[in-house]
Design a binder for this molecule. Structure first.
Ligand code: GRE
Length: 338
């Protein structure tokens, strides 16, 4: 399929070469290739896009990114540097690249202001944040965005009418020591990433963020970070036990209603047809978006799978490009009408 749109596609600042290699040492079998692909925007990436029928990508800063920076001032300055760099780097290819804003999430009002700047000044398509923000003098605090204090941020997101991508990051500090250190091979895609994002997103659901901001659109990757598989059970426990016990005070709708009205899932890093079929049943084609997860995953694996997956052509088109085109109000891009 030509003109696919991909949404969870990472880049890094070339000046952080050492950091990119550190991350690659945990997640890439060929760290040199990974670093080359991560630091490139306009060359290798466009060759892959042309070869595998990807018309447009929305780029985002790689994990853990600014969410790993526990000094507030440093985090805020880094986010601005990244946004300015990305805006100037993709300027040459408006028909191929869009951008997600990178945000420091230390302070809700400052995050909202930087998002507004990126959307109004640069035309960025939304924000992508890597799960909780590290904070505190030793980086051991974690800021979640599911409390009422964050309403000022979510109001800005909905006022600007842009989606918010909740992306994973690695567990750190005491959490890492207690849960993961003795089981380090489970850090990342095998388990910890889905764990973190699911906790955070369900925190937003149960703490009433979507009730207070009913137009908010949140995207999660990896075919829903295990949540679609658990929808029946979550719904059963919310409706039959937790709501009678008090959850109904903060969470008015059912989990399925939030999935139908506020939540999107992407195929990033999860190229399985049986799982996609399952998500088509549980979540529906109108809420699924194609993505790759480059350079952690290969264009070849994502695109050859997707182009040949046994799904009907109406759904292939929606998931492959049309849903994203509408959700992100994309400009015309290469092969957008193919
Ligand atoms: C990511 O999407 O950021 C990611 C990593 C590490 C491994 C896999 C992956 O940062 O998808």
């Amino acid at each position: 399929m030509l003109g696919k749109v991909a949404l969870e596609e990472a880049f890094a600042l070339p000046r952080f070469a050492e950091r990119t290699r550190w991350w690659a040492s945990m997640f890439a079998v060929n760290p040199d290739k990974h670093a080359r692909e991560m630091n490139d925007i306009n060359d290798i990436r466009i060759q892959y896009m042309d070869k595998y029928g990807v018309g447009y990508q929305i780029l985002s800063y790689t994990a853990p990114g600014v969410q790993d920076v526990f000094d507030r001032k440093e985090a805020e300055a880094l986010a601005v540097e990244i946004n300015d760099y990305l805006a100037s780097t993709i300027k040459a290819h408006p028909d191929r690249f869009g951008a997600f804003a990178t945000l420091s999430m230390h302070d809700p009002k400052q995050a909202a202001d930087e998002l507004r700047r990126c959307v109004l000044q640069y035309g960025f398509k939304g924000a992508l944040v890597n799960d909780t923000q590290r904070a505190g003098s030793d980086g051991d605090d974690m800021i979640f965005y599911d409390s009422a204090e964050w309403d000022v941020f979510w109001s800005t997101v909905t006022e600007l009418d842009v989606p918010f991508y909740l992306h994973p990051r690695n567990p750190t500090g005491t959490m890492y020591e207690k849960l993961w250190a003795a089981r380090k091979w489970l850090v990342g895609p095998p388990l910890s990433f889905a764990h973190g994002v699911s906790l955070h997103l369900l925190g937003m659901v149960t703490n009433g963020v979507f009730d207070r901001h009913p137009r908010l659109q949140v995207v999660i990757g990896h075919l829903g970070e295990h949540l679609p598989f658990d929808l029946w059970r979550i719904n059963h426990w919310f409706e039959d036990v937790k709501k009678p016990l008090g959850l109904k005070e903060t969470c008015k709708k059912t989990i399925r209603e939030y999935f139908a009205q506020n939540i999107w899932i992407t195929t990033s890093g999860h190229f399985s047809t049986p799982t996609l079929h399952f998500c088509l049943n549980e979540v529906g084609a109108d809420r699924i978006l194609f993505s790759i997860d480059y350079p952690f995953e290969k264009f070849e694996d994502a695109c050859e799978w997707y182009d040949n997956a046994e799904i009907n052509e109406v759904d292939r088109r929606k998931i492959g490009k049309d849903n994203a085109r509408k959700l992100f109000k994309l400009p015309d891009f290469k092969d957008c009408d193919a």
